[in-house]
Design a protein around this ligand. Structure first.
Ligand code: FAD
Length: 535
């Protein structure tokens, strides 16, 4: 309790005691008036936080943030990029670096594709729930974005003729020992340095600065040197990534089952975009949508290729099948979290799987390089014991499976086994590869319009607030063309930057011209260069 309040309470207790006492005794001396509070030592009060002013303030140094910052600088805006960690450390670092595009210079040999076909495919994959206006901007701008990155020194190659809907739409920057996503960031960091854009690390944006009518005017940050305001004349662009590593938000927006998912990307992607955008009543959309994939429970290895090799079965820790093995990686990863009590399963596979391009040995070798060892046994009992799964239950599952395969009735199993040419599990040694459901990235967030401005509940843009990449909502729903997420960051990061830079210019034009500076007094004439005294 503060001193003033304590004095007041003590004073009133004394006073009421005096009244009671006065009924039987002589009137006491009137209580002394409370002492004047001492004036604070610093009459100006606590110092305001340090502040710097820019045209465009970008929050979050992932792929979207770097694209936004570079574009803003190229539009002539004084730009700063803020990053809460000591280095770029978002989900981009973990990503393969595929970017989906149409019409880039790398796709010249594919006139069969078009912006319209790309738009239609993206809408279809989203179940027609993505905002068509945003998808149209994506289809129109992604090709130009790839050329722009290439002009800034990002090497790309095109992965051609993939199965639909990827087709010849995946442009990749080869990682060469690092992830493709890290490669993209390194190229952008070099370009930002050249353009003179500072990346300020260990600077975490915690809330928005706003005018009395709620225009966004900057961000308040925590830095190792204390609090600091970054003011923005044109706008603040939120590129803080999604909220997949914020267990409470995942539970709240997606469901408690999803909070069991293992984070496949960065552990620092914790939804500050949501917390800040809500300060100005931004409309959040598609918050229950996310991209999933399987992952080993420890070691961050991806067992997906083996899970789709056309061999083996997937079982829970109880030794029973629970999901059709043919399901693609996203629904399968979700099913592991939804249908098993502990988000744990195993792929049981025999040595004969190597008939498919040595996929088994290649996976085991890849896992060993990552320090991750799979369970092995000469028989089903042995491998079950090694993995800690009840041996009798697994033996029974395999017996039923083998019988169905041999009788040509695998599709009638529950759940159905839908490969056209199923293989009975009869060739040891057998392997059990742990697979859990993993959270790759969330798709929902503050709804943006075609200029990447964040909208409020009335669908009006909130002046000065933009979002891009996984920090923005409206572009994705349900599924996407592989490479759509990085692509979304690139496209809308640049769109936001252009709009915010224009806004900064308009703001500068409105400002009254600064009074001319008084002329500097003439400098003292320098001593002419000559031999030094005493030389
Ligand atoms: C294993 C894996 C592979 C993937 N592969 C692909 C792929 O090939 N193609 C594709 O399109 N997508 C892929 N994705 C998805 C894609 O990686 C993400 O959607 C994308 O990287 C998000 O980029 P971003 O710039 O929006 O955010 P991030 O890359 O997550 O960057 C956000 C940055 O903001 C910082 N930050 C957060 N909060 C604050 C704050 N308050 N103040 C300051 N800074 C803050 C973070 O530290 C981080 O550096 C993959 C995902 C995973 C997990």
């Amino acid at each position: 309790m503060d001193q003033k309040r304590r004095n007041f309470l003590q004073g009133s207790l004394l006073a009421s005691g005096a009244v009671l006492a006065g009924a039987v005794e002589a009137a006491p001396e009137p209580p002394k008036p409370p002492k004047e509070p001492k004036p604070p030592k610093d009459p100006k009060g606590p110092k305001p936080p340090k502040a710097e002013t820019y045209d465009v303030v970008v929050v979050g140094a992932g792929f979207a943030g770097m694209c936004a910052a570079l574009e803003a600088a190229e539009q002539g805006a004084k730009t700063v990029l803020l990053e809460k960690m000591g280095r770029p450390d978002g989900t981009t670092v973990y990503s393969s670096g595929w970017i989906a595009a149409v019409g880039s210079r790398f796709q010249k040999n594919h006139p069969e594709d078009s912006k319209e076909a790309f738009f239609q495919d993206m809408m279809k994959l989203s179940g027609y729930r993505s905002d068509p206006e945003l998808v149209r901007v994506y289809a129109d701008e992604a090709g130009d974005g790839i050329d722009w990155l290439a002009d800034h020194g990002t090497p790309f190659f095109l992965w051609e003729n993939l199965p639909a809907p990827e087709l010849s739409r995946c442009v990749i920057s080869p990682g060469e020992g690092i992830t493709g996503g890290s490669k993209l960031l390194r190229c952008l960091m070099a370009a930002l340095e050249k353009a003179g854009v500072p990346i300020v690390y260990n600077t975490k944006a915690v809330h928005l600065l706003k005018s009395p009518n709620w225009d966004v005017e900057g961000v308040h940050c925590l830095t190792p040197e204390g609090p600091k305001d970054y003011r923005a004349r044109g706008g603040v662009i939120l590129t803080t990534g999604g909220f997949g590593a914020n267990e409470a938000m995942v539970g709240q927006y997606i469901g408690p089952w999803a909070a069991k998912l293992i984070v496949r990307g960065s552990p620092w992607i914790t939804g500050e975009n949501i917390l800040m955008a809500q300060e100005v009543q931004a409309r959040l959309v598609n918050m229950d949508q996310f991209y999933a994939g399987p992952i080993t429970p420890t070691g961050h290895a991806n067992p997906s290729p083996l899970m789709h090799a056309g061999y083996g079965i997937q079982v829970g820790t109880n030794g029973k099948r629970f999901v059709p093995e043919t399901w693609l990686q996203v629904p399968k990863a979700k099913a592991i979290a939804q249908r098993t009590p502990d988000n744990r399963s195993f792929m049981l596979i025999g040595e004969d799987a190597n008939a498919n391009d040595n996929i088994l040995s290649a996976t085991i070798e890849r896992f060993a390089r990552l320090g991750y060892h799979v369970f092995k046994g000469e028989t089903i009992e042995e491998v079950a014991k090694a993995a800690g799964v009840p041996a009798d239950a697994l033996v029974e599952t395999v017996r039923v499976f083998n019988e169905a395969v041999k009788a040509g009735k695998a599709k009638e199993l529950d759940p159905p086994y839908e490969y056209e040419t199923p293989h009975a599990l009869e060739t040891g040694p057998y392997y059990m590869i742990p697979a859990a459901g993993g959270m790759a990235s969330t798709m929902g967030g503050p709804k943006i319009n075609k200029f990447a401005q964040v909208e409020n509940f009335e669908r009006r843009p909130i002046p000065g607030l933009y979002a891009a990449g996984a920090a923005a909502g409206g572009l994705w729903y349900q599924d996407d063309i592989g490479g759509n997420q990085l692509g979304g960051g690139m496209v809308f990061g640049r769109v936001a930057a252009r709009h915010a830079a224009r806004r900064a210019k308009a703001e500068a034009a409105r400002r009254p011209p600064e009074p001319p500076k008084p002329p500097k007094p003439p400098k003292e004439p320098k001593e002419p260069n000559g031999p030094k005294h005493g030389a």
